[in-house]
Design a protein around this ligand. Structure first.
Ligand SMILES: Cc1cc2nc3c(=O)[nH]c(=O)nc-3n(C[C@H](O)[C@H](O)[C@H](O)COP(=O)(O)OP(=O)(O)OC[C@H]3O[C@@H](n4cnc5c(N)ncnc54)[C@H](O)[C@@H]3O)c2cc1C
Length: 379
């Protein structure tokens, strides 16, 4: 009987795992000793970091999408059939079409989702760029905006640790280029007592904001938004008026994870080094859906996926463990419309953002196109 590897979720992490395993287990796949199957919710693969540029009209929507079948190695059996239940005791995964898939190894890579509806009034009054329709609406709102109070409101948890800072600096330069900066007051809110969860990034961001005259409100845990009065209020009792509200909505994992009792809020308890689901030896978790207390980012998903590829290959071909995940994350950070910097860090080395430069901004733009090679495992 072939060993069955089942991947749930065909986003960034699941795709890299599927492609990497296909390459490393080529001989075993050819001999029928291993079968890799992926269950996805859609036939389209979206490059989510590209959404950052939609409100500014700086990326074509067609650049964000590819057919998942074309991104995926042809040796991976791919079904568009959303998973409705995962039973790790019976090693069985059920799908919307009524099928049941067994497995020897299960890879959970279902990502995370925005939940603006969790905060009263937010969906009606706020703009966000984390989803395509919302990013389009934000672009239309920016087109019409002629000045006033702009609140950039960050909620946790959320994916892409640096996107809130990027949108703040990009908006600043967008208003400047539009010639309305003198009519705009930007206020950035953050739920804890500094500007970013990563302390060195918070220290770096402070002078960047002060130089630009951007106000900030820390310890701001959003309680509600009043769409009529155009105000946003925190649990701490602070109310801010706005003419334009841009939010990073709070996130949750997928419903199927919570419904299958695999993790509260859809976050799966995961060993931070081995990436095992806590309590399982044949269930692995990669990408946003883990509960590991590090940034939920594409690069996190990528480095986790690389680790898992090595480990599953070694387990299947040599019966040994290869290596642990070291917590590596690497993110480009736009610091405006023309400059950028980057952060990298792991479990033992903190981030240390450097001075913004044009070159790093160009690297980020180049990576937006190279992503498709990266997803195929060629980069
Ligand atoms: C605006 C924005 C900017 C970003 N910028 C950056 C950046 O600069 N750098 C960076 O590193 N990261 C960035 N990210 C974050 C990055 O995109 C995510 O962290 C990454 O996509 C996570 O990968 P994943 O595979 O865990 O989840 P996803 O890529 O979201 O994939 C999850 C997949 O699971 C599927 N799925 C869900 N439920 C089911 C189900 N029931 N059955 C089957 N399939 C299911 C989904 O359809 C999806 O295909 C950004 C994200 C956004 C939104």
């Amino acid at each position: 009987m072939p060993k069955k590897i089942l991947i749930v979720g065909g986003g960034l992490a699941g795709t890299i795992v599927g492609n990497g395993l296909s390459r490393k287990l080529g001989p075993e796949l050819a001999k029928g000793e291993v079968v890799i199957t992926m269950l996805g919710a859609t036939d389209q693969h979206m490059y989510q970091p590209g959404l950052l540029y939609i409100p500014f009209g700086r990326i074509r929507e067609s650049e964000l999408f590819r057919d998942q079948r074309k991104v995926l190695d042809r040796r991976v059996v791919f079904h568009v059939d959303p998973v409705t239940h995962i039973d790790v005791d019976k090693q069985a995964v059920s799908t919307k079409s009524g099928k049941t898939h067994g497995y020897d190894y299960l890879v959970l890579a279902t990502g995370s989702r925005c939940m603006p509806q969790n905060i009263p009034g937010m969906s009606e009054a706020a703009h966000w760029f984390y989803e395509l329709d919302a990013a389009r609406k934000m672009r239309d709102a920016l087109d019409k905006f002629q000045g006033g109070k702009v609140v950039i409101n960050v909620n946790a948890p959320h994916k892409c640790p640096v996107a809130p800072l990027e949108i703040t600096f990009m908006l600043y330069e967008y208003f400047e280029a539009k010639g309305i900066l003198d009519k705009v007051q930007i206020t950035y809110t953050y739920p804890i007592g500094r500007l970013h969860a990563l302390e060195p990034v918070a220290h770096w961001a402070l002078p960047q904001m002060e130089q630009r005259g951007i106000k900030y409100e820390t310890f701001f845990n959003t309680k509600s938004v009043d769409p009529k009065a155009k105000t946003i209020t925190s649990e701490e009792g602070v109310t801010l008026p706005f003419d334009l509200l841009v939010t990073i909505p709070p996130h949750q994992g997928q419903q199927v994870i919570a419904d299958s009792n695999l993790g509260k809020g859809g976050w799966v308890p995961t060993n931070p080094k081995t990436l095992h689901r806590e309590g399982s030896t044949n269930v692995f978790v990669v990408g946003d859906t883990t509960n590991i207390p590090i940034s939920k980012a594409g690069s996190t998903a990528h480095f986790e996926a690389d680790t898992l590829i090595d480990n599953l290959t070694s387990l299947l071909t040599e019966g040994r463990w290869a290596r642990d995940y070291d917590g590596k994350v690497y993110c480009f950070v736009e610091t405006g419309l023309k400059t950028g910097t980057y952060v990298w860090f792991n479990y033992t080395t903190p981030p240390n953002p450097g001075p913004p430069s044009q070159m790093i901004h160009w690297f980020k733009l180049a990576y937006n196109r190279l992503y498709w090679l990266s997803a195929r495992g060629l980069l």
